[in-house]
Structures are given as structure tokens and as C-alpha cells.
Design a protein around this ligand. Structure first.
Ligand SMILES: [Fe+2]
Length: 384
């Protein structure tokens, strides 16, 4: 959730009457987090926003179904490049690859707009736009996004996504309470001056007033199942809103990297948090400047988290055999680190052009059958 924003018409105090030019009463909708204790926004609709009627609507991706058979503990590499041509609308075409007790993630390459409105009531969503771009259409306005953007869609938001005509490749994460890290906030909630991002880096929806796309169908994901509804009115019939809960976009290259005398741990690259997860951004940067520094990441053992790396671009100094679109999964229980030779070879390097999204999860991740189908069988052996 970001700073409070305001757009369009709102009354001078919340829960007061707001009327249109002809005296017609507007209908308030409170869009809250954590019951009524957390962040919220208030939207004002031309018509009642709660006229949903059950309907059979055949849309919605298949949620992650973790495989049940036990697998040997091993470092894994999933080549998502093999499934980037999923096609279809993102509401239907998402491919779930890994899941834990707290979250799930996968990829999608949509080539058409969502034909229905979508609500994900199972979690917040964070997209990483590896290729392509588009628009999230919601009652808050139109949020445009492009290659290299993170896009956050709050749980419960009615929306649809319209991809641009460019080829698309997105990583998606569904988690609980996706947020900007608390350590980057000051006591009034503002992003601190020493944070790796500032309020100006975030793109908010462009609100233009009420509209009607003539769509009246909605699918809601709740309890890992899809539920269909018809709507009596356009859900975009909003005349104004204010609050701190709305979709936003953040370009990964706006993340300000840190460099130290010696190698800094991934927490310095911490960008977003979620229940049981830390999301980090590795962006092009200078590297450690101690004359005896080893710039390559040191091998490490972390018994408390699984680590996912989604490789976006650049020369990945510590790994071989991976390329843009690769996902590595290094599980808790065994150490991981650079590929043979990378550690030594990094000495004397002054910069890295790697671009990657990292996810540490504190509950173990389990693959789906779709992940097994694109697994690189030689990855574990590539470390010797
Ligand atoms: Fe690691």
C-alpha cells in the first residue's frame, strides 16, 4: 500500500452524502485490508457496487496443485522459456509452477485482453513484466505498465488486464499482504530518504471518471476455486476515490542498488515483503570495492528459507546454463553458491549488469506438474 491518493469527486468527510449534479446519491464502497483495521480506500459509485448474481462463467486459471510424491532434496532449474507462448487471456492462461503454504507463483504470456472482470480474493498479486506491457483497468483508473515493471494488484480488486500488442512474458506471485518494506518507512509512513525507492518512482492509476465497457461478467478466485457472477452495472462507474489501497507499478530499474566495501547480503536488495516471503531486486550496479573483495555471492546455507531467482537480463556471473526466463530454486537444507570457477573469476570485477528478481520463502516450495515438465535435469550436477 502506498501513500494516500485522491481522484475525482469525494465528499468533505467519509460516509457523508455525495450527490451528482442532478441530486442523485452516490454509493460508497470501502475497500479495506485486515478487516477494518488496515489500509483502505473509499470509492464513490454511480450505482450500487454489490449487485452480484451467481452465474456460470468458464474463466480462471488453474491454481497451483503441488505434486504429492516426495522428491530428493536438490537445487532445481526450471526453464520457463519453454512455456512462454501460453497465449490466451491472463485470467485463463496463467501457469502455476511453485507454491508454499503462503504463496504461489508462475508465468504467463497473454496475447489478448481479459474478456471478463477478475477478482483475486485469495491474495495480492505482484507481476514482474519480463517482456511486454499493457494496462490494468479498474475502478481506480487505468494503470499502464511496461517491460521491467513490477505491478501490484491488491487482493479483492475488480479489474481486467489488457496486454499491449507486444510479445508478453510475465512472472506472477500471489501472496498475502504484499507491501513495501517497513524499514524503508519513517514514522508517518513516508518512504525514508535513505530508502532504495521514493514515492515518485511508483506509478498510480490514471483516473478519468466513470465509464462503461459494456462488460457485466465477473470471476472471483476464492478458496482456490473460481466463482462466476453477473453484474447489474459497470463496476467502473466511479466518480471519485481516495485512500491508500490501489494498484501501482514500480520499474525495477528505479530500485537504487547498494554497494559495499565487501559483498552485501540480499537483504540490502529487499524491495517488497509478503507473509512468509521477501522479494529482492538485483539490478545493474558497481560491485564491492575492497581491494581483496570477492564480488561474486558467497556460498551460503540458510536452513530457514527456500530461494527463487528469476533471471531477467544480463550476464549472470555466478551461474551458467541459466538465461533470461530461467527460474532457479535452491531449497533450504543444502548450501548453494556460484557455479565452479565463478567465485574466483569475479575477483577484480568492477560492475555487474545482472537483472534478476529474487524471492526468499520461509515455507518450503513444492513444484507443480507444469514445473516438472520444464525442469533442467542436469542442474544439480552442474555445480561439481
Ligand atoms: Fe542464495
Amino acid at each position: 500500500m502506498l501513500d494516500r491518493a485522491i481522484a475525482g469527486d469525494v465528499p468533505r468527510k467519509h460516509h457523508l452524502q455525495l450527490r451528482g449534479p442532478g441530486g442523485e446519491l452516490r454509493f460508497e464502497e470501502c475497500f479495506t485490508r485486515d478487516g477494518f483495521e488496515g489500509a483502505y480506500s473509499i470509492l464513490y459509485h454511480v450505482d450500487r457496487p454489490h449487485t452480484h448474481q451467481p452465474a456460470t462463467i468458464a474463466h480462471g486459471w488453474t491454481p497451483a496443485k503441488p505434486i504429492t510424491e516426495a522428491r530428493p532434496l536438490a537445487k532445481r532449474h526450471y526453464r520457463t522459456q519453454a512455456i512462454t507462448a501460453t497465449g490466451g487471456a491472463q485470467v485463463d492462461a496463467r501457469v502455476a509452477l511453485l507454491s508454499s503454504a503462503d504463496l504461489e507463483l508462475g508465468v504467463v504470456s497473454p496475447d489478448r485482453a481479459d474478456p471478463v472482470y477478475v477478482v483475486n480474493a485469495d491474495g495480492d498479486e505482484l507481476l514482474y513484466i519480463h517482456a511486454g506491457g499493457g494496462t490494468v483497468i479498474s475502478p481506480f483508473g487505468d494503470l499502464t505498465f511496461q517491460q521491467g515493471d513490477y505491478v501490484c494488484i491488491p487482493s479483492g480488486l475488480i479489474h481486467r488486464i489488457v496486454p499491449s500488442s507486444a510479445p508478453q512474458a510475465w512472472l506472477w506471485i500471489e501472496g498475502q499482504g504484499i507491501h513495501l518494506l517497513q524499514q524503508w518507512r519513517n514514522e508517518v509512513g513516508q518512504l525514508r530518504m535513505d530508502a532504495p525507492y521514493c514515492h515518485r518512482d511508483f506509478r498510480r492509476p490514471d483516473f478519468r471518471g466513470p465509464r462503461d465497457e459494456r462488460l457485466r461478467e465477473l470471476v472471483v478466485k476464492r478458496g482456490q476455486a473460481w466463482h462466476g457472477f453477473t453484474l447489474e452495472h459497470s463496476p467502473l462507474d466511479v466518480v471519485g476515490w481516495d485512500g491508500s489501497v490501489y494498484p501501482w507499478a514500480f520499474p525495477i530499474l528505479a530500485f537504487q542498488p547498494r554497494v559495499g566495501l565487501v559483498h552485501l547480503p540480499p537483504t540490502w536488495h529487499g524491495t517488497f515483503g509478503a507473509k512468509g516471503a521477501l522479494i529482492c531486486s538485483f539490478v545493474p550496479r558497481l560491485v564491492d570495492f575492497h581491494p581483496e573483495a570477492v564480488p561474486c555471492p558467497y556460498p551460503h546455507s540458510s536452513p530457514s528459507c527456500d530461494e527463487i531467482l528469476f533471471y531477467c537480463d544480463g550476464n549472470f556471473t555466478s551461474r551458467r546454463g541459466v538465461g533470461p526466463g530461467s527460474i532457479s530454486h535452491h531449497p533450504a537444507g543444502i548450501p548453494h553458491g556460484p557455479h565452479p570457477g565463478s567465485y574466483e573469476k569475479s575477483i577484480g570485477a568492477t560492475r555487474t549488469d545482472e537483472l534478476a528478481v529474487m524471492l526468499d520463502t520461509f515455507a518450503p516450495l513444492t513444484p507443480t506438474a507444469a514445473a516438472l515438465a520444464i525442469e533442467d535435469p542436469g542442474y544439480m550436477a552442474s555445480f561439481v
